[in-house]
Unconditional design. Structure first.
Length: 220
């Protein structure tokens, strides 16, 4: 019975980590892309705001960001969902997304730097606006150039999901902690199993990144 319970805990925790990482990936990519575009915007206020955001986030511990979302947002009466589990999950997604987006935006900005200036000039010469030039000409090429660094940040984000266990989220670390309470004599085995689960996730992401990089390189 203990073995079946532990397996169930790990399956639930593994799925919780995948779900948390997936939602964080979506929102961090959207916010990171927006910030990256703002960093090259011709409007000084947008450049300054994005630069300040990235500087603050990159120099703030991810744990502190999650603490602010878990305790600061409720204090400010910013609440989501009807139950504690849903709110904890949403706060974790917000915190991880805001933190990861700062690193993704820098990766995307570095991708912009690889695009020849003539590309932007050619886009302007045919009447495209700044937003059209970025979305139709510059951004698609920049994304192809920064698949490896973005993948590295995503892998780091997957590992950062472990912090969410401190805020009542069901993921691998919380599953391991609950399993240890059931079978304390198997603590070493449970630690190894947790590490193996994270290894499966990160190696899978690394393999997917390699596949995408090869396919996009052919399209250049």
């Amino acid at each position: 019975m203990d073995t079946a319970t532990i397996v169930q805990l790990f399956v639930s925790g593994f799925w919780g980590t995948v779900k948390l990482a997936s939602w964080t990936f979506v929102f961090s990519m959207l916010l990171g892309t927006l910030l990256g575009i703002m960093r090259i915007s011709p409007i000084p206020v947008l450049r300054g705001a994005a630069g300040a955001y990235v500087t603050v986030m990159r120099n703030t511990p991810s744990t502190l960001v999650l603490f602010f979302c878990a305790f600061g947002l409720p204090y400010l009466d910013v609440k989501f969902g009807d139950d504690t589990a849903t709110r904890s999950f949403i706060y974790a997604v917000i915190g991880l997304s805001c933190y990861t987006a700062a690193f993704i935006s820098e990766a995307i900005r570095s991708g912009f730097a690889t695009i020849p200036v003539g590309q932007a000039e050619a886009a302007r010469s045919i009447g495209l606006t700044f937003s059209q030039s970025v979305t139709l000409v510059i951004l698609p090429q920049a994304i192809r150039a920064v698949v490896p660094p973005i993948a590295n940040h995503v892998i780091a984000m997957v590992k950062n999901t472990s912090i969410a266990s401190a805020f009542n989220n069901k993921e691998l670390i919380s599953a391991m902690r609950n399993a240890v309470e059931i079978r304390g004599d198997l603590v070493l085995t449970l630690l190894v199993a947790t590490a193996a689960a994270y290894l499966i996730l990160t190696l899978s992401l690394g393999w997917l990144s390699s596949v995408l990089e090869r396919r996009m390189a052919v399209q250049r």
